[in-house]
Write a protein that binds this ligand. Structure first.
Ligand code: IPE
Ligand code: IPE
Ligand code: MG
Length: 251
């Protein structure tokens, strides 16, 4: 954003390298306004671009947004269909827009169960933006932490991995997030204080920030406030030194 100043975030305090957001509260946001739940999903999707742009401006290198969980299939069919339709409709225009801002798009989760056009749209977005460097925006869609681990174990067994060869770095490489840093900061909107099966392995040393704002009303300034909250935390990674230098390096 031209002219935007983030002076309050400058100085020696670290900007989280990877921020992940559990974008919750679309339905309640709509309910408060006497709108159908699907209008909340539309408003929530609309909100992605401005938050992503601010994240890039703040110096966040990876932003991961959870949009649909493997458990969300349990919802009524019309809501699930609506969410899938919104993603399919929004992806082409948002991909263009985010591409203009230099964002690299990535997806984690399974493409199984998604329609062929949607899968093609996701793949196109990743290919089009693969050389961009402003920020990596990862959409966690049809993502569940336990599902991710089950699929990783299956692939390890199928690859004939020797049990003695299994270590933390190997597991990292079999997860959807292979090659990505672990999240430093996980934000959940809407007042719920649970992970609901998000990044179970990767969140081991993440800092959490909870806000009662519903996702459609979570603003770029709210993101900045969450980063400021993060900057007050003392991360120790099991050690005694309050420094990122003590972070266990698994990759
Ligand atoms: C988050 O908003 C989006 C999805 C989980 C798909 P919700 O749809 O969960 O909204 P609430 O929690 O019911 O308000
Ligand atoms: C988690 O929210 C999933 C996403 C935000 C995409 P849910 O609304 O599905 O989680 P629960 O059901 O409240 O645990
Ligand atoms: Mg919810």
């Amino acid at each position: 954003m031209p002219g935007h100043s983030s002076d309050n975030l400058s100085g020696h305090r670290p900007i989280p390298h990877h921020v992940a957001i559990i974008m919750d509260g679309n339905g309640r946001w709509a309910g408060q306004r006497n709108l159908p739940r699907i209008a909340g999903h539309e408003a929530g999707t609309e909100n992605i671009r401005r938050v992503t742009i601010r994240a890039a401006e703040l110096g966040v290198r990876y932003l991961t947004l959870w949009a649909f969980s493997t458990e969300n299939w349990r919802r009524p069919a019309d809501e699930v269909e609506g969410i899938l339709r919104i993603l399919g409709e929004t992806l082409p225009t948002e991909t263009e827009e985010l591409n203009r801002h230099g964002a690299r798009l990535h997806h984690i989760g399974t493409l199984e169960g998604l329609s062929a056009p949607l899968v093609a749209g996701i793949k196109h977005a990743m290919e089009l933006t693969q050389d961009n460097t402003a920020i990596t925006l990862t959409l966690a869609f049809n993502y569940g932490g336990r599902d991710e681990i089950v699929r990783a174990v299956r692939r390890m067994l199928a690859d004939g991995i020797d049990p003695d060869g299994v270590d933390e770095a190997l597991i990292d490489r079999y997860l959807y997030t292979a090659g990505m840093p672990d999240p430093d900061l996980i934000i959940r909107t809407s007042g719920e204080m649970r992970t609901s099966n998000f990044m179970l392995w990767q969140s081991a040393f993440a800092e959490y920030h909870f806000t009662t704002k519903f996702w459609p009303e979570f603003s770029p300034d709210d993101l900045e406030a969450a980063v400021e909250d993060y900057q007050t935390r003392e991360r120790r990674f099991g050690g005694l030194v309050s420094s990122e230098a003590s972070e266990p390096k698994r990759r």
